[in-house]
Design a protein around this ligand. Structure first.
Ligand SMILES: O=P(O)(O)OC[C@H]1O[C@H](O[C@H]2O[C@H](CO)[C@@H](O)[C@H](O)[C@H]2O)[C@H](O)[C@@H](O)[C@@H]1O
Ligand SMILES: O=c1ccn([C@@H]2O[C@H](COP(=O)(O)OP(=O)(O)O)[C@@H](O)[C@H]2O)c(=O)[nH]1
Length: 462
């Protein structure tokens, strides 16, 4: 079997401090790589002055060799906070209004991709398979090809690929799009994303579509397919079952004192629709006064990308909004929204998911949303909770028996909350079974095997 080299910006560094990695890419890739073994190269999360960038830090943990590189402060500002998270992220999440394009950041993005290529080159063996992840590293294959690398290189995009009118509004879209054609296999979360990508190629007159999944450009061919990412379904079921009886579980049950738990778990990101969700919860409470004091929303929201101004603004907006609702509707012995900014470890999350009657997963746009899948896997088969899911999350393409909502429709979402909390047991069980079948049929290991199977079978037509 060829050695696998995974490259992603974010790497869950094995430091044993117990800090939970909040973010689906790190969680999913770690599960997949642990099973197969390989080398994982990415950013150490540290920045320093240019003359202090040292050699790669090499660590081994279980089956995985980690190769970590520091970046300069300027790199982090231009590549990560700048072009990746202020241009590509908002555009791919349909937020052209939030995109802050600047040439300096764009140049930094391409420079850091060249730097990642230079760090990789000395490590490459002839038969190694490369699997590059996410929007931070789109130009990496093109950089490696320029250096003569002939290995098979796959790319998986964890976030949505937007419709052509949105994508083509981005300055440098030509370069971003044509960089992707240097890969052999391109993976998207959904069919919808792949079709948006194909439509962008067609609009730009870039390459020919040979059939549904194959494209030709000059002497090269490449494949583009949906590979929806999964979770460790069976392991998550066990985690959730084990959580009952832990101290946290007991404390939580005591504090609920018979109230129904509603849960939301999201990085503090404007794509997650947290303010619209709180509006919907408030509307639900106002329209259903009998439910007041009978339910509590636990919103677990670790801070994310706090140096990016749009995220900083979001942190203030959500905190103010939760405070306002609690102030307006709360009583001396009831707080409607328990809002926390800490990251919880997954065993704790699994237990909370299982205790909840309802999960609110209402992103305005999301590549997949693993929280939706984890919530379903954590349920008690005999008395499962309900998943209320945005139709704009990638997960909605598989979890068709969730209660699907349009998160922009606050009143519609409020009504769906009311319907979900009174859903009969039989309907809850039927919906849960169908969703669980989907999670069993496509877990994170299937995702990994399917992608790598396609990549390892790939032969370039010269
Ligand atoms: O690395 P950060 O800047 O701290 O952000 C965390 C991750 O966020 C995004 O996650 C995406 O991947 C998930 C798994 O495929 C998917 O379910 C979710 O919809 C995506 O938003 C981002 O794409 C990652 O690169 C980040 O590491
Ligand atoms: O306090 C937290 C919040 C989230 N997560 C994990 O972070 C991931 C979030 O992935 P998702 O795809 O839902 O969204 P992303 O943050 O990647 O956009 C899930 O596996 C969560 O279990 C976690 O471990 N602790």
């Amino acid at each position: 079997m060829s050695r696998l080299i995974v490259v992603s910006n974010r790497v869950p560094i094995p430091d044993k401090t117990g800090t939970a990695p909040a973010g689906g890419l790190a969680v999913a890739l770690q599960s997949a790589l642990e099973a197969r073994g390989g080398l994982w190269l990415g950013w150490s999360g540290q920045s320093c002055a240019e003359d202090r960038i040292g050699p790669l830090q090499m660590l081994r943990d279980g089956n995985i060799d980690y190769a970590l590189t520091d970046l300069t402060e300027r790199d982090v500002e231009e590549y990560y906070q700048g072009f990746a998270n202020r241009v590509l992220w908002p555009i791919c999440h349909y937020r052209l209004d939030l995109a802050e394009y600047g040439r300096r950041e764009m140049a930094g993005y391409f420079r850091v991709n060249r730097f990642f290529a230079s760090r990789l080159l000395p490590l490459i063996g002839e038969n190694d398979l490369f699997w590059i992840h996410d929007y931070h590293l789109i130009p990496l294959a093109a950089e490696l090809r320029r250096q003569g690398v002939k290995n098979r290189i796959g790319f998986f995009l964890h976030i949505p690929w937007p419709a052509p009118d949105v994508f083509l509004a981005m300055p440098v879209h030509e370069e971003i799009l044509s960089s992707l054609t240097a890969y052999d296999v391109l993976g998207f979360q959904t069919e919808h994303d792949r079709e948006n990508f194909a439509a962008c190629l067609a609009r730009q007159g870039l390459g020919n579509r040979l059939d549904k999944a194959h494209f030709a450009l000059g002497s090269r061919t490449f494949t583009a397919r949906p590979y929806p990412i999964g979770i460790e379904t069976n392991e998550f079921v066990t985690l959730a079952q084990r959580a009952a009886g832990t101290t946290l579980h007991k404390r939580m049950l005591d504090s609920l004192d018979g109230k129904g738990l509603i849960i939301g778990v999201d990085r503090l990101d404007y794509s997650k629709g947290i303010t619209q969700r709180i509006d919907a919860f408030e509307t639900f409470l106002k329209r259903n006064p009998d439910s007041q004091r009978k339910v509590a929303l636990l919103q677990i929201t670790p801070k994310s990308r706090s140096e990016v101004p749009e995220y900083e603004a979001m942190q203030r907006a959500v905190a103010e909004q939760a405070g306002r609702v609690n102030g307006a509707l709360g009583t001396v012995d009831w707080v409607p929204i328990r809002y926390i900014n800490r990251s919880l470890r997954r065993p704790a999350l699994a237990g909370l998911y299982r205790m909840a009657k309802l999960a609110l997963v209402t992103p305005l746009r999301d590549g997949m949303n693993l929280v939706a899948k984890e919530f379903v896997a954590a349920q008690n088969e005999a008395d499962p909770g309900v998943l209320l899911l945005s139709r704009f999350a990638g997960a909605a393409h598989e979890l068709k028996d969730a209660v699907l909502v349009n998160p922009y429709d606050v009143e519609g979402t409020a009504d769906a909350i009311a319907r979900s909390l009174t859903m009969p047991l039989e309907e809850r069980r039927d919906r849960w079974k169908s969703m669980m079948n989907a999670l069993r049929a496509n877990d994170v290991f299937t995702w990994c095997d399917t992608f790598l199977g396609d990549l390892s079978r790939y032969e370039q037509v010269e």
